[in-house]
Design a protein around this ligand. Sequence first.
Ligand code: ADP
Ligand code: MG
Length: 435
Amino acid sequence: MTFAPEATTPVPASLVREDRETLISIERVSKDYVSDAGLVRALREVDLTIKKGEFVAIVGTSGSGKSTLMNILGCLDRPTRGTYTLAGVPVGDRTNDGRALVRNRMIGFVFQGFNLLPRTTALENCELPLQYRGVPVKERRDRAMKALAAVGLADRTHHTPNQLSGGQQQRVAIARALVTDPPLLLADEPTGNLDSRTSYEVLALLQRLNRDVGITIVLVTHEPDIAACASRVIHMRDGRIVSDTLNTPPLSAAIELAKIPPPEKASGLEAEELNDPVELQKRRLGGPVPFSVPLAMFGGALLGALVGGLYNAIILGSKNAIIPLVCALVFEAWLGVRSAKKRLGRPMTFDQRARLALGYTVTVFATFGLLFGWLAIPHLPKLDMTSPARVALALVGFVLVVVVAAAARFGLLTAASKLVWRRPAPPRTHAAAQT
Ligand code: ADP
Ligand code: MG
């Protein structure tokens, strides 16, 4: 895809937003890297002026120097030659500490990989920059809440990154970048890990912040559609700026977003649910197992025992109990899983299989224990219960038998479930299609 030619007009640098104050000014900036392969001239005498309130996209092929330029703009790195003036202050040749101070006061960063702290809530992630500045707890919390609300995540403050979708994580990262109210936001491929719909969501947010709050944004992207949302597009090649054009008017990410059909109801619902810890917990547990499942298992056990017994009697002519037992267990698991598939419409969860195996085993053992006790089958070995130690031993033995039997059932249920729910290769997902 290319940029719509009618939307871009080349502008002399002198005409760019003459009415506004200059925020960034770099003059004849070069960056050389010395590596094993020799000298790499990542930036070659770049001149660039960015006014307050601009939304600039930097595009160019890989290796053209975009990240190098961003690192210098973000005071993460120093130019080898040339000057960098940020809001009237020369910052290019400052020491590490000096640059760190400028970074903290002036610049918010958003990266392709979100760079959020794992196992840390959205709120805590957003509080971090304020914590570094020594802002008191209460104010920290209030400001982080406001920043999250500004990116539409007021209801996700206590979620950790792994409970958030990619787009939501990037929005947390944007909230974190903005919590200190910096005049400049630098974003290096902020949508590089997102599908097109989510990319436009993030872009719409950036456009809104740029328009309503007046924050200056410099964004690196290799996607023309994303660059088209900026009001100015700078092309880089071989460490140089090869074109600098105004986008009039820029593409509205919100309008582009509206054009993309919403995700299918089911998958959208799923995504929402997967973000909700209560819903996640429910899904993990899977709810109660319908009563028809253990009934089907019992039927399967009887059928299996019958089949195994007949096989023994007719083919083998033996009275070995192993074959009917194994047949009973296998039929039991198979019919149980079939019934669960019919009733639940999805595979049983780990938790459901464990509950089923244990509950079924205990019920069966208790029932038959009572039955045998009641019938007082004479040749059943009588347990020696003459001392507390022996009673304890018998109990431990009983528990062990139950555990082993339940574990065997669990294993069979799991295997049967895998077979019953075996599927061809999963369909290509949106995320997979991205890469
Ligand atoms: P882009 O972000 O446009 O893909 P970069 O700014 O990352 O490009 O890189 C520009 C050039 O500088 C590339 O040739 C790259 O290999 C080189 N480069 C970047 N960082 C370093 C480094 N730390 N050491 C050596 N060479 C580097
Ligand atoms: Mg890069």
